[in-house]
Design a protein around this ligand. Structure first.
Ligand code: AMX
Length: 455
């Protein structure tokens, strides 16, 4: 059931600022428009067959089985992701921007994912002010993070930090109070989503400065936008373009529908009514896998190794072809290429490539990545098994960051995770708004499959 005509609880109403009230009313207004659609689908078309599940899909990671709802974005294999129906280029063009910047602000994409509306400049400003108000980390969380061994991977630190924040969950507290009604779940989920999004760059910057900058921290600047402030807290470059590359990174990685590992994990854990901190901490653990988010770290490592082995020689397509073949022969994947759903060059790669070409085309790693773009797809195609030989989002994101001095590749997936918090938490709000139930797909044994296959 889509929850409608919710009267916001009085004590919550007093606590919320005007911008949060605006967000709630926009989300609720959209939900009321969609409610008849959801009711009709459930009541009149619940038995409609969407496709057959094959033995191959059951063994093969459930590829292509349509079995989940994500309102925030939709992925087309050829065109790439759309946030609420807008392509990423539309988002770059239409979303409000920081003064002097050409990049659509990622926090504006958060608004879009939540409400299906492009926010005004004033709305984004108010959202930023609200995020700043919520951004302080509790002392206990600071102590937990600061006590971690510096060789703990930054992604491990991030998931520990998110779990350390879990006791602050408004959803968790309200649920435990025993008075929370089902049609109020989404309001408290929104509350947690906003606080989590507000705190995650502060937490992520603290991890970076602890691990790589001897624990010397840079304070948050409440006059800045969400991503620009994150960039200044990382403190690797004073170049205004570093803020832009961070804004671009965080806007492009925000959401990729709900079937990918991090989004699906967040969605699954949230379906048990675990609060957004538990849910997103679990999603972050999935993002830390080398076949998923960690590919950006692996990709830069691969490029750096290749450059070292080139020993100053100009990279050519012939040499890179051989490097790619050697990687495959050693049993490894070539990071930054291929995708579970996309069957074309990832538009997120295309936008980053344009940014690099416009701003630092002569950077040695940018040049190397360009040669990879020519050399690697034919090598992957020649294997006869790779379904998408084209570059994905991770092929260039690290290259763009290292140009500005952020060359600690072990940190790259944390930046991805800061961004993906926008999409994953927006999805949680909508899952609770739609009243989606706990997930429980069916698993079977090999013997069961063999019997079925023989029928
Ligand atoms: N290098 C080498 N082999 C690759 C490959 C690559 N870049 N991409 C796919 N393959 C291989 C697969 O490992 C698989 O081999 P197998 O049959 O021997 O197991 C075969 O080609 C078929 O795979 P597929 O159907 O084309 O892809 P998939 O859906 O199984 O996997 C992905 C998708 C992304 C995991 C895979 O392309 C890959 O490992 N890429 C490199 C890692 C990477 O860049 N990941 C980031 C993806 C984007 C993201 O989530 N951030």
């Amino acid at each position: 059931m889509m929850h409608k005509a919710l009267r916001f609880p009085g004590r919550q109403r007093r606590a919320f600022s005007a911008v949060v009230d605006t967000l709630k009313h926009k989300i609720q207004g959209l939900a009321e428009k969609k409610a008849p659609q959801l009711t009709a689908l459930r009541k009149e078309h619940g038995g409609k067959v969407l496709g057959e599940t094959t033995v191959g899909q059951c063994i093969g990671g459930m590829r292509g089985i349509t079995c989940m709802i994500s309102e925030t974005s939709l992925l087309d294999p050829m065109e790439g992701i759309r946030y609420r129906g807008r392509t990423l280029q539309d988002c770059m063009d239409q979303l409000p921007k920081a003064p002097g910047s050409k990049i659509g602000l990622p926090e504006a994409s958060f608004w879009l994912l939540l409400t299906d509306e492009i926010p005004s400049d004033a709305e984004v400003k108010a959202l930023n002010e609200e995020l700043h108000k919520r951004s302080a980390l509790p002392e206990s969380v600071v102590k937990t993070i600061d006590s971690l061994p510096k060789d703990t991977h930054p992604m491990t630190q991030l998931s520990i930090g998110l779990l350390a924040l879990q006791p602050t969950s408004e959803f968790g507290k309200a649920y435990r109070s025993g008075t929370l009604k089902k049609n109020e779940y989404w309001v408290y989920t929104l509350e947690d989503a906003l606080s989590l999004v507000a705190k995650v760059p502060i937490l992520a910057a603290r991890i970076f400065r602890n691990v790589f900058m001897e624990g010397k921290h840079i304070p948050s600047d409440p006059s800045m936008d969400w991503a620009g402030n994150y960039a200044q807290m990382l403190g690797v470059s004073d170049d205004a373009l570093f803020k832009d590359v961070t804004r671009m990174y965080l806007m492009l990685h925000a959401d990729h529908e709900a079937g990918n590992v991090s989004a699906h994990t967040t969605h699954l854990v949230g379906s048990a009514l675990s609060d957004p901190y538990y849910s997103y901490a679990a999603g972050v653990c999935g993002l830390a896998g080398p076949l998923h988010g960690l590919a950006n770290q692996e990709c830069l490592r691969w490029l750096k190794n290749t450059r070292q082995e080139l020993g100053g020689k100009e990279p050519t397509v012939e040499v890179l072809t051989q490097f790619a073949k050697d990687t495959l022969a050693s049993g490894k994947v070539i990071p930054g290429f291929g995708h579970g759903v996309l069957r074309n060059t990832d538009p997120r790669y295309v936008i980053q490539r344009q940014f690099a070409q416009d701003n630092f085309p002569n950077d040695p790693l940018v040049k190397l990545a360009e040669v990879c773009f020519q050399a690697i797809p034919p090598v992957l195609e020649a294997t006869g098994k790779v379904k998408n030989p084209w570059p994905n989002v991770d092929a260039l994101s690290g290259t763009c960051m290292q140009y500005f001095g952020l060359d600690q590749e072990d940190y790259y997936t944390v930046i991805f995770a800061v961004s993906r918090a926008l999409g994953c938490t927006s999805n949680l709000v909508w899952s609770r708004m739609m009243g989606l139930p706990i997930e429980r797909p069916k698993s079977v044994t090999l013997d069961w499959l063999s019997t079925k296959a023989a029928e």
